[in-house]
Design a protein around this ligand. Sequence first.
Ligand code: TRP
Length: 449
Amino acid sequence: MKNDINNNDRPRFATRFGVIATTVGSAVGLGNIWRFPYETGANGGGAFLLLYIFFVIVVGIPVISAEFLVGRKSRRNILGAYHTLAPSHRRLWAAAGSLGIISSVLILSFYSVVAGWTLEYLTEGVTGRLNDFAQGARHAAFDSFTAGWACVAWTIVVLLINALILLGGVRKGIERVSNSLMPLLFVILLALCINSLLLPGAADGLKFLFAPDFSHVTGRTVLNAMGQAFFSLSLGVGTMMIYGSYFSSKTPIVKSAAATAVLDTMVAVMAGVLIFPAVFSFGASPAAGPKLVFEVLPDIFAMMPGGAVWAPAFFLLLALASITSTISMSEICIAFICEQWGVRRRTAIAVNTLIAVCLGSLCALSFGPLADFKICGFTVFNLFDFLTSNLLMPLGGMFVAIFTGHVISRSIVDAQLAPAPRRIINAIVFSLRYIAPTAIAIIFVSGLL
Ligand code: TRP
């Protein structure tokens, strides 16, 4: 294992703004704009939102802080980080790190497929085709698109754009692209929100999103809220760890973790403000599930004044949000290949892209030619989603919480989390020791069932 690399040669993010843009860029993605609204819609609205915020504060911020600190203290890829920081049982912890790398590749593979859908919709929106469909025809077009080879082609386009950004390196690629895309994303999102709020009947949508109705809350709702918090904050596979390894020694970890969590939640809430008023204003159902954004919303845009502009703007928003997330997933594997195998970044990017193109194509085909190819009853796409969201991410989150709370010495944790106030550090450590592992164990067991 090549663990003797010179840490001073490792890249660092250039500015504080860059730190926030990259970490928020990773966190903000399909999870906020596609998954959050349909989960909220299917889980009763405001009550789900409250539970979600609860988990972001109690589990999310401590686990992001833990990932940042393990990354920055070790200045290594996830496997190297566990291996160098573990005081004993190094091999065992390195195995935990490998799990993160495998998860990141699986997530990248199915995530790129959905990111590819957003590119298809973006081009259909720009050319005006999206709004020209007759009612039923739009849904049929979505089904036939996802079932065909065009979907594979878009997945590959996503992975190539992703590789191109990564080739620029940490500062000139990841940081620079995030610095310009994240502000743009906020502007587009804000414009879309204002437009939705001005629609007649917008208040009903806001009431659905913000007025908590606890009569629909079940054990499942609570689990979905926690799973959503994990996915949305990119936790448990080492994304935040690898970004933390590029922080300067002056970056305040707890503040950055809190800023990431707050901005990520803000984007999710804004996505809700964009979608639910529109859904209620046009009499659609908020509980349409994963198709909410790809079928219900385009129908609404087609009826909305100015829809020819709002539809492409919305899918551009989704595409931008996804690409800053795919680069973060890829960086986990790329840093691992570079540092552990001692190869050049270019080679590592090629390997990562090639694996993701192969696995991503299988995921893309799961909606068409491979729809009947099932492993344990799952299509490839659903298998990767299930394995990562329900098993590998919670497991990875549990490892990093236990590692930071119980295994590495408290003085390292304190030094890394300084200058945060003492009681905040204590609260974070308390969550990492007891609350986060227990909560995650519950998601894990229920995920298995
Ligand atoms: N958090 C991103 C989203 O909300 C997706 C993401 C990026 C991710 N990196 C991750 C999810 C690592 C899980 C693990 O869309």
